[in-house]
Write a protein that binds this ligand. Sequence first.
Ligand SMILES: C[S@@+](CC[C@H](N)C(=O)[O-])C[C@H]1O[C@@H](n2cnc3c(N)ncnc32)[C@H](O)[C@@H]1O
Length: 272
Amino acid sequence: MGDSSYLLGTHTEELERLRFQHELWLPAARAAWQRAGLAPGLRVLDVGAGPGFAAMDLARIVGPTGRVLGLELSDAYVAAGQAMARSDQLPQLELRQHHLLRDPWPAEGFDLAWCRWVAMFLPDLDPLITGLEHSLRLGGQLVLHEYVHWDSFGLHPGGRAIARFGQACQRSFREAGGDPDVNRRLPALLAARGWRIEALQPLPVAGDSHSMAGQWMQRFVEVYGARLQELALWNSGDAADASEEIAAAAADPGSFWVGPTLLEVRATRLAS
Ligand SMILES: C[S@@+](CC[C@H](N)C(=O)[O-])C[C@H]1O[C@@H](n2cnc3c(N)ncnc32)[C@H](O)[C@@H]1O
């Protein structure tokens, strides 16, 4: 499966955007992993690992007696992640090219599965849950960080072009077969298949233009705006309006960004 099948692309700007995004969200990820009992020696599956930024942090925590396997569609991201794992001397980390909906999942009895910003791109969630049931041991934990309320994305006050951008993003995700608010559905799907839902926790984010959160959202408008133009969901006039709003917000100490709200879901695999 070629890289082009991933909606956001795998070009260098997107890889660097993922690195920055991971830095912003790392404290929330670490807290979630801790709540799930992540510890040295555990075996962890990173589902849709991208270039492996979270997988590298997971590998540092499980240490040389543990194992982290990252499953990822893009060859380019797998190659980048394997190179980072080698240069950081993390032999416990493996990234593997894998299509989550088509390839057989590894049956290694993983203790923990981590899935962030991936289910939202999948047109079918059943193979994801079946794969997780195949790969996790009984009693193993799943931690999902996926969006639950994309409509909260905005630049305030008055970011009208940014509001249109948010709607265009959601439309692009839906037209590609995904669901921007996929975590509205995943807890019910897991519970119906006998998983125990342990915790549900919303993870909101906001900040002014100079904060990390604000920088993250501005960068997303730039990088994904170009893709939305290719998809004919955004045009150069929209992009110019958005740039004006972004410049005005940077000079206005009362202006702020709000991100799409994430939901942390923690669930335990019970006998199916
Ligand atoms: C927004 S990135 C998130 C990457 C990583 N989970 C993180 O938190 O930084 C989404 C990733 O999901 C991967 N992905 C999307 N659909 C996939 C599929 N069907 N099989 C495997 N990976 C997939 C993409 O290639 C991309 O690397």
